[in-house]
Write a protein that binds this ligand. Sequence first.
Ligand SMILES: [Mn+2]
Length: 325
Amino acid sequence: MALIDVCNGDADGLFAMVQLRLAEPGPATLVTGRKHDIALLERVAAQSGDQVTVCDISIDRNVAALSRILAAGATVRYFDHHSAERRFDHPGLAAWIDTDPSQCTSLIVDRYLSGRFSAWAAAAAWGDNLAASAQGLAAREGFDSETCEALKTLGESVNYNAYGDHDSDCLIAPAGLYRLLVRHRDPLDALAAEPVLRALDLCRRDDLAQALAVPPWREGATGRIWLLPDAGWSRRVIGPFANRRASDDPARAHAVARERADGALDISVRAPITRRRGADRLCATFGGGGRAAAAAIEALPAARFEAFAYAFAGFAWGDPGAAPA
Ligand SMILES: [Mn+2]
């Protein structure tokens, strides 16, 4: 019987798994990757009796591999906040799914563990740009403002580290980072003891400064779009930059496109923070996916960028079927 842990390589995925393994130490094999490695369950070869724990990857994008793992006789615990329309029942599957846009996987795991490692969960919520949720948890735990600032920096730095197209784009592979983090019950101890976290923060600030110097490609009443050149800094910072712009202007939607070496575009989309619905629907129209609040399109042909900008400008953000705001 083997323990197999599978998680997104961003702050939310890694910190969800850190919480679970702090609560339940065990010799687990970790499968993780960068943000764009969404089909992580495909890499899992499970056998009868194996226990697979999954955090922060979409069931919809992994449903075939999930079925195969369950059919092999493994049991699966699944924690997630991505769209789960293809979720199914199976005696070997236990799922904790909450797709509310105020939620992230680390917050779901925090509830599952009755708040044993809430500082990790708050840092993850900041990393997923869920400031209100993070502050709510921090207030409940009585964290002071210095602690909050440190947890926010940690979450944003580790979230930043998950972007990039290649391991060479970033300072440390998510799997290596996880092994450093899980040694610390308190994320503040991790910040003090692991120099790579400070280095990540400095790199993120440098990359953000480069992106913040780029003017919007198009700006309208309902949203803003940026177009970044293909470079190491733009590959790394596209998501954090989209989060920053969304936080700065919460009533408008945001899209950050980045040119790729092959001429196509990768696009990160953020719904308005005041109406966090629809990013996944808009991106699905162009072959992408994600969550209601934050989604992405990979490799959009450049010839379709105008069509995307048009759809983005006219998009009805908010709940489908709700009265127009
Ligand atoms: Mn997440």
